[in-house]
Design a protein around this ligand. Structure first.
Ligand code: ADP
Ligand code: MG
Length: 140
Protein backbone atom coordinates (compact mmCIF):
# COMPACT_ATOMS: atom_id res chain seq x y z
CA UNK A 1 0.00 0.00 0.00
CA UNK A 2 1.15 3.55 -0.77
CA UNK A 3 2.46 5.77 2.03
CA UNK A 4 0.28 8.71 2.99
CA UNK A 5 0.84 11.95 4.86
CA UNK A 6 -1.51 13.24 7.53
CA UNK A 7 -1.39 16.33 9.72
CA UNK A 8 -1.51 15.83 13.48
CA UNK A 9 -1.97 18.64 15.98
CA UNK A 10 -1.63 18.34 19.74
CA UNK A 11 -4.18 20.95 20.83
CA UNK A 12 -3.79 23.56 23.62
CA UNK A 13 -5.70 21.54 26.24
CA UNK A 14 -3.29 18.62 25.77
CA UNK A 15 -0.06 20.67 25.82
CA UNK A 16 -1.42 22.42 28.93
CA UNK A 17 -1.89 19.14 30.78
CA UNK A 18 1.63 17.99 29.81
CA UNK A 19 0.36 15.18 27.60
CA UNK A 20 2.60 16.10 24.63
CA UNK A 21 5.21 13.42 25.27
CA UNK A 22 2.65 10.70 25.93
CA UNK A 23 0.77 11.50 22.71
CA UNK A 24 3.94 11.58 20.61
CA UNK A 25 4.88 8.21 22.12
CA UNK A 26 1.49 6.72 21.16
CA UNK A 27 1.99 8.03 17.60
CA UNK A 28 5.47 6.49 17.32
CA UNK A 29 4.41 3.20 18.93
CA UNK A 30 1.59 2.97 16.35
CA UNK A 31 4.19 3.00 13.57
CA UNK A 32 3.95 6.57 12.26
CA UNK A 33 7.09 8.35 11.11
CA UNK A 34 7.36 12.02 12.08
CA UNK A 35 8.55 13.83 8.95
CA UNK A 36 8.21 17.39 10.34
CA UNK A 37 7.36 18.80 13.76
CA UNK A 38 7.20 22.13 15.58
CA UNK A 39 5.53 23.93 18.47
CA UNK A 40 3.74 27.21 17.92
CA UNK A 41 1.09 29.48 19.37
CA UNK A 42 -1.44 30.39 16.67
CA UNK A 43 -3.02 33.82 16.40
CA UNK A 44 -6.80 33.91 16.09
CA UNK A 45 -6.39 34.69 12.36
CA UNK A 46 -4.05 31.72 11.82
CA UNK A 47 -6.52 29.41 13.59
CA UNK A 48 -9.34 30.80 11.41
CA UNK A 49 -7.25 30.15 8.30
CA UNK A 50 -6.61 26.55 9.29
CA UNK A 51 -10.28 25.85 10.10
CA UNK A 52 -11.66 27.82 7.10
CA UNK A 53 -13.77 24.79 6.02
CA UNK A 54 -15.72 25.13 9.28
CA UNK A 55 -16.28 28.90 9.04
CA UNK A 56 -20.07 28.58 8.79
CA UNK A 57 -20.39 26.15 11.72
CA UNK A 58 -21.87 27.42 15.00
CA UNK A 59 -18.72 26.30 16.86
CA UNK A 60 -16.24 28.15 14.60
CA UNK A 61 -15.67 31.17 16.86
CA UNK A 62 -15.22 29.12 20.05
CA UNK A 63 -13.02 26.58 18.25
CA UNK A 64 -10.66 29.23 16.86
CA UNK A 65 -10.52 30.96 20.29
CA UNK A 66 -9.55 27.63 21.82
CA UNK A 67 -6.98 26.77 19.15
CA UNK A 68 -5.29 30.17 19.63
CA UNK A 69 -5.41 29.98 23.45
CA UNK A 70 -2.04 28.27 24.01
CA UNK A 71 0.81 26.34 22.44
CA UNK A 72 0.17 23.52 20.00
CA UNK A 73 2.47 20.92 18.44
CA UNK A 74 2.00 20.22 14.73
CA UNK A 75 3.40 17.16 12.99
CA UNK A 76 3.46 15.72 9.50
CA UNK A 77 3.06 11.95 9.92
CA UNK A 78 3.86 9.35 7.30
CA UNK A 79 2.68 5.75 7.15
CA UNK A 80 0.77 3.42 4.88
CA UNK A 81 -2.91 4.30 5.26
CA UNK A 82 -1.87 7.18 7.58
CA UNK A 83 -5.13 9.14 7.45
CA UNK A 84 -7.41 6.30 8.47
CA UNK A 85 -4.95 4.69 10.90
CA UNK A 86 -4.29 7.96 12.70
CA UNK A 87 -8.01 8.68 13.02
CA UNK A 88 -8.38 5.20 14.53
CA UNK A 89 -5.60 5.97 17.01
CA UNK A 90 -7.20 9.26 18.12
CA UNK A 91 -10.83 8.07 18.26
CA UNK A 92 -14.15 9.84 17.65
CA UNK A 93 -14.39 13.65 17.58
CA UNK A 94 -16.37 13.58 20.84
CA UNK A 95 -14.13 12.04 23.55
CA UNK A 96 -17.28 10.69 25.25
CA UNK A 97 -17.85 8.52 22.17
CA UNK A 98 -14.19 7.65 21.54
CA UNK A 99 -13.08 4.02 21.98
CA UNK A 100 -11.12 2.96 25.08
CA UNK A 101 -7.39 3.56 24.78
CA UNK A 102 -7.67 6.23 22.05
CA UNK A 103 -5.91 9.58 22.41
CA UNK A 104 -9.16 11.52 22.64
CA UNK A 105 -10.59 9.12 25.23
CA UNK A 106 -7.46 9.48 27.34
CA UNK A 107 -6.78 13.21 26.97
CA UNK A 108 -9.91 14.88 25.57
CA UNK A 109 -12.24 16.88 27.81
CA UNK A 110 -15.22 17.55 25.54
CA UNK A 111 -16.12 17.70 21.85
CA UNK A 112 -14.21 20.99 21.42
CA UNK A 113 -11.26 20.37 23.74
CA UNK A 114 -10.58 16.95 22.25
CA UNK A 115 -6.76 16.93 22.54
CA UNK A 116 -5.75 16.31 18.92
CA UNK A 117 -6.47 17.02 15.26
CA UNK A 118 -6.21 14.63 12.35
CA UNK A 119 -6.72 15.18 8.62
CA UNK A 120 -9.84 13.59 7.11
CA UNK A 121 -8.49 12.56 3.67
CA UNK A 122 -5.11 12.09 1.95
CA UNK A 123 -5.78 15.23 -0.14
CA UNK A 124 -6.50 17.30 2.97
CA UNK A 125 -3.48 15.74 4.69
CA UNK A 126 -1.19 17.22 2.03
CA UNK A 127 -3.06 20.54 2.05
CA UNK A 128 -3.01 20.88 5.85
CA UNK A 129 0.67 19.94 6.09
CA UNK A 130 1.31 22.69 3.54
CA UNK A 131 -0.47 25.21 5.78
CA UNK A 132 2.17 24.73 8.50
CA UNK A 133 5.37 23.45 6.88
CA UNK A 134 7.69 24.47 4.05
CA UNK A 135 9.75 21.89 2.13
CA UNK A 136 12.85 22.85 4.14
CA UNK A 137 11.23 21.66 7.36
CA UNK A 138 10.85 18.05 6.20
CA UNK A 139 13.28 15.28 7.04
CA UNK A 140 13.98 12.84 4.24
P1 ADP B 1 -12.45 16.11 13.61
O1 ADP B 1 -11.42 16.94 14.33
O2 ADP B 1 -12.72 14.80 14.31
O3 ADP B 1 -12.13 15.92 12.14
P2 ADP B 1 -14.42 18.07 12.77
O4 ADP B 1 -13.58 18.28 11.56
O5 ADP B 1 -15.87 17.79 12.57
O6 ADP B 1 -13.84 16.90 13.69
O7 ADP B 1 -14.33 19.36 13.70
C1 ADP B 1 -13.12 20.05 13.86
C2 ADP B 1 -12.93 20.38 15.33
O8 ADP B 1 -13.98 21.26 15.74
C3 ADP B 1 -13.08 19.18 16.28
O9 ADP B 1 -11.88 18.43 16.42
C4 ADP B 1 -13.47 19.86 17.57
O10 ADP B 1 -12.34 20.45 18.24
C5 ADP B 1 -14.38 20.97 17.07
N1 ADP B 1 -15.80 20.58 17.04
C6 ADP B 1 -16.40 19.69 16.19
N2 ADP B 1 -17.72 19.58 16.43
C7 ADP B 1 -17.97 20.44 17.47
C8 ADP B 1 -19.16 20.78 18.19
N3 ADP B 1 -20.34 20.25 17.90
N4 ADP B 1 -19.03 21.70 19.19
C9 ADP B 1 -17.83 22.25 19.51
N5 ADP B 1 -16.69 21.97 18.86
C10 ADP B 1 -16.74 21.07 17.86
MG1 MG C 1 -12.00 17.34 10.62
Amino acid sequence: MKKEITLAIIKPNATEKKATGKIIDMILEAGFEIKAMKMLHLTKKEAEGFYEVHKDKPFFNDLTDFMSSGPIVVMALEKENAVEDYRKLIGATNPAEAAEGTVRKLFGENIERNAVHGSDSPENGIKEVGYFFSNLEFVN
